[in-house]
Ligand binder design. Structure first.
Ligand code: NI
Length: 182
């Protein structure tokens, strides 16, 4: 049976803490939380389930949002309609990035931020992320465009950073000339 996660709101001080590296083997509780995040993010992107369970669509969650300050992120990325790739990264690190920056044209959202925040968040267009899978094996992913944004957004959570911290209050929007908007 599907049980909804308890996702902390942006006002919770947990979201501003720097998370600590996870150690292996992962606890049963952590593994359950990872699976819970995969399930909820997947359902949230399928209209029928999103309505049924009252889920706001989201593609990523980081452990601090679930009340645990461990460096674990989960991304569920819809590659084509109804087909999802799951990325579970333990202790993720961006080991290289493109010079080019992009921003999501419509702005970013976050399952912990229950309000509309306008503005462009500058992100690397491409990143290579290294980390570990649930069994402690080293893994690496080269991500681009919206998947690259998702990785950067989730890894920021592990450092207590929320997406709107990166919006320049003096210049919240870029033009197409200044930044590639995707
Ligand atoms: Ni978020």
């Amino acid at each position: 049976m599907f049980k909804k996660l308890n996702i902390l709101d942006e006002k919770d001080p947990m979201l501003r803490k720097k998370s600590i590296p996870a150690t292996f083997p992962l606890s049963k509780e952590d593994k359950n939380l990872i699976q819970g995040a995969i399930d909820e993010l997947t359902y949230s992107q399928i209209e029928e389930y999103a309505e049924k369970y009252h889920l706001r669509p989201g593609m990523g969650l980081a452990f601090p949002q679930l009340g645990k300050n461990k460096r674990i992120i989960v991304i569920v990325y819809e590659v084509e309609e109804g087909i999802f790739d799951n990325y579970v990264f333990i202790n993720p690190k961006i080991i290289s990035n493109s010079e080019e920056m992009v921003a999501a044209e419509a702005g970013e959202g976050c399952l912990s931020v229950n309000r509309e925040v306008e503005g462009h968040v500058p992100r690397y267009a491409r990143v290579t992320v290294e980390g570990f899978d649930e069994d402690g094996n080293k893994i690496r992913c080269r991500a681009r465009e919206d998947l690259a944004i998702a990785f950067q957004h989730e890894i920021d959570h592990l450092d207590g950073i929320l997406f709107y911290d990166r919006i320049d209050p003096n210049k919240p929007f870029f033009t197409e000339m200044e930044m590639r908007l995707i």
